[in-house]
Design a protein around this ligand. Sequence first.
Ligand SMILES: NC(=O)c1ccc[n+]([C@@H]2O[C@H](COP(=O)([O-])OP(=O)(O)OC[C@H]3O[C@@H](n4cnc5c(N)ncnc54)[C@H](OP(=O)(O)O)[C@@H]3O)[C@@H](O)[C@H]2O)c1
Length: 376
Amino acid sequence: MLNQENQEGRRQFLKIGAFLGTAAIAAPVLAAAQLEKEVFPENKNDGITKTRILGSGKHSLNVSALGLGCMGMSWNRSFVPDRKNSISVIRKAYEMGVNFFDTAEAYGPFANEELVGEAIAPFRKDIILCSKFGFDIQNNKLTGGFNSDPKHIRQVVDQSLKRLKTDVIDLLYQHRVDPKIPMEDVAGAVKDLIEQGKVKNFGLSEAGAESIRKAHAIQPLTAIQTELSLMSREAITEIFPVCEELGIGFVPYSPLCRAYLTGYLNERTKFDPANDNRPSLPRYTPEAIRANWKIVEFLTDFGNQRGLTPAQISLAWLLALKPYVVPIPGTTKLAHLQENMLSADITLSKAELDNITQTITGIRIVGDRYAAPQTK
Ligand SMILES: NC(=O)c1ccc[n+]([C@@H]2O[C@H](COP(=O)([O-])OP(=O)(O)OC[C@H]3O[C@@H](n4cnc5c(N)ncnc54)[C@H](OP(=O)(O)O)[C@@H]3O)[C@@H](O)[C@H]2O)c1
C-alpha cells in the first residue's frame, strides 16, 4: 500500500517547489501550467499521481501506474552510469510518486540488487520492492540455464534480502519457467517463503497460461511480468485472458522495446556486446532497425500533433490497454524518467487509440523478440 503520510510529504515538497517557481516567474509559469493542464489534463504536479492495483484479495498491491525498471543501471544496456547518478534517479522517481521498483538477482548478476538496496534504503517501507530468482549463476556469471530448485530458491532469497538491505521482498517473481522443476514445487517453495515472512507476493515472468494456472492453484499470483510493447503484443491475446480470469495483474517489461520505440536507436547505434543483450536479439540488427523504422516515424508524426514524444505515446497506449497493466520502463536519465512518468496522465481518445493500434498492427515487424522462445 502507498504510505499516506509519505504521499503527503511528497505533495508538500512539490507544492513548495511550485510556490517558489510561481513567485519568481509568475505569469509565464501560470500560462505554462494552464497549457500543461490541457495536454496532461489530470496531472496535479510534475510527478505521477495515479495508482493501479495488481492482483486481487490478500495478494493485491497498490502501485504507482508506472514503475521503474532498474536493470539498465547495472546491466545489459551497454553503459553503466555513475552509481551516484543511478541512486539519484531512483530517489527522484520516489519523490515523483513512483513506488514500484524492479530488479533481479540476475541483473549484474547481483550488482543491481545491491544498487537498488542502497538507493531505496531511506524509504524502503513506503515502496513495493520486486525481485526475481530463476537463472542459473556460476562464478558470478549467468550460465544460460535455469535453476528453480526449491532449495536454491530459498538460498537466493536469503542472499537477495541481504543485497537489498531489507527483511522482505514485496513481489518475488520466477524469472523464467524452469522445465526441470514442476511449477507446483516452485509455487510451494514461494508459499513457504511467504509463510516465513521473507516474501509477500508471488509473480511469474514469461510464463504461459498453463504454468500460470498451476502456480496460481498453489500460491495466488499477484502479477505476470512479460515483454509487452507496441512491437511485442503477443501477451495481449495469450496472457491477458488468463490474468483477467484469475484476477492477476500484468507488468509489461521492455515497454519501450529496449529504447527502439523512443526513436533513440538507429542502425549505427553501437551496442557493447559485453554488457548488452540487444546484439543477440533479432530485432536489433541494423537490417531490422531499418525495416521497422516506419513505426518510429508514425509515432513521431502522431506525437508532433499532440506535443508528445514517441516514448510517451508508447507508454500511454500500454496503460490504456487494461486497468491492471503497470509498465516498468527503464532509464538511467532524469529527463527520460520525467518524460516517461508524464505518460500516466496522457489521455488518448478512442479514435487515437484505434489509429495507433491499427497503424502498428498494419506494419509487419521484422525480427523476433528473442532468438529462442521464452514463454513456457
Ligand atoms: N522479466 C524479464 O525477463 C525482464 C527482461 C528485461 C527487462 N525487464 C525489466 O524491465 C525493465 C525495463 O526494460 P528494458 O530496460 O529492457 O527496456 P525499456 O524500458 O523498453 O527501454 C529502456 C531503454 O530505453 C531508454 N529510454 C527510456 N526512456 C527513454 C526516453 N524517454 N527517451 C529515450 N530513451 C529512453 C533507456 O535509455 P536511457 O537510460 O538512456 O534512458 C534504455 O536504454 C528493466 O529495467 C527490468 O527491470 C525484465
